[in-house]
Design a binder for this molecule. Structure first.
Ligand SMILES: [Zn+2]
Ligand SMILES: [Zn+2]
Length: 244
């Protein structure tokens, strides 16, 4: 069985409603054999989310810790139907990639499938955005085929979120399954993520992986099993992880 090397979506106490520190997350990542971990705290618009200075100061994090490459990221909030996000360019110097998503209390409260899809497509016009987190939920349904086609076209990855199978986004599992089916159909690359809000969940993707397997998707398409290929796909250079 292929082994999970990468988890791009983890939260620290800086998110306001998560319970572990960066060091605790990284330690767990090393323990479970990850070689790449994204630090992806919530953007400032989410109540309790990290202050813009947090993202500016991601520069203090080590590039590699206990053999785990540390990707500096943000789970940015989509603020309006225009697709603007809540972290301004002036705080982005230390951010390797932006991952963007819709969260209820952040300005964009959702529309019908077509409207939500159009908003995500506008968000992907921002070259910093490399991943859409948990698209297609009960609250924010999309036209999966159209979104997958647009994401493939723009080189953006669609995340399949393990927390949606557990405690987050109630009622969204059928929506997640719908997205997996669309990705399977389009022959797209697959990105799984834990969305851990506790260190012991870092690297945990087995529940969502089960759905991926059920839809007949070959392990070779799952980017989490090959961290180098994933970084290449994200446009992040290997040199980034050399300490200066
Ligand atoms: Zn989220
Ligand atoms: Zn998250």
């Amino acid at each position: 069985m292929s082994k999970v090397q990468a988890d791009l979506h983890t939260h620290t106490v800086a998110s306001g409603h998560a319970f572990s520190t960066f060091l605790e997350n990284a330690e767990h990542a090393a323990r479970v054999g990850l070689t790449l971990m994204g630090v992806t705290d919530h953007g400032p618009a989410l109540p309790g989310g990290a202050h813009p200075f947090h993202f500016w100061n991601l520069r203090v994090l080590p590039r590699v810790l206990d053999g785990v490459k540390i990707l500096r990221s943000v789970e940015a909030n989509i603020m309006s139907a225009d697709g603007d996000i809540d972290l301004k360019e002036e705080f982005m110097d230390a951010v390797d990639i932006v991952q963007a998503g819709m969260h209820g209390p952040c300005g964009y409260e959702g529309g019908n499938r077509t409207e939500n899809t159009d908003v995500y497509i506008r968000v992907m016009d921002n070259p910093r955005v490399r991943v859409l987190v948990h698209p297609n939920t009960l609250q924010f349904p999309v036209d999966c085929e159209a979104l997958v086609a647009a994401a493939d076209d723009k080189g953006v990855l669609i995340e399949l979120n393990n927390a949606s199978m557990l405690t987050a986004r109630e009622g969204s599992v059928p929506y997640l399954e719908e997205m997996v089916a669309a990705l399977a159909q389009a022959d797209s690359d697959i990105l799984l993520a834990s969305d851990a809000h506790l260190a012991t969940d870092v690297g945990r993707v087995e529940e969502v992986r089960r759905i991926v397997s059920q839809k007949g998707i070959d392990d070779r398409r799952i980017l989490n099993f090959d961290a180098d290929r994933l970084l290449e796909r994200l446009g992040v250079k290997a040199e980034v992880f050399i300490e200066s």
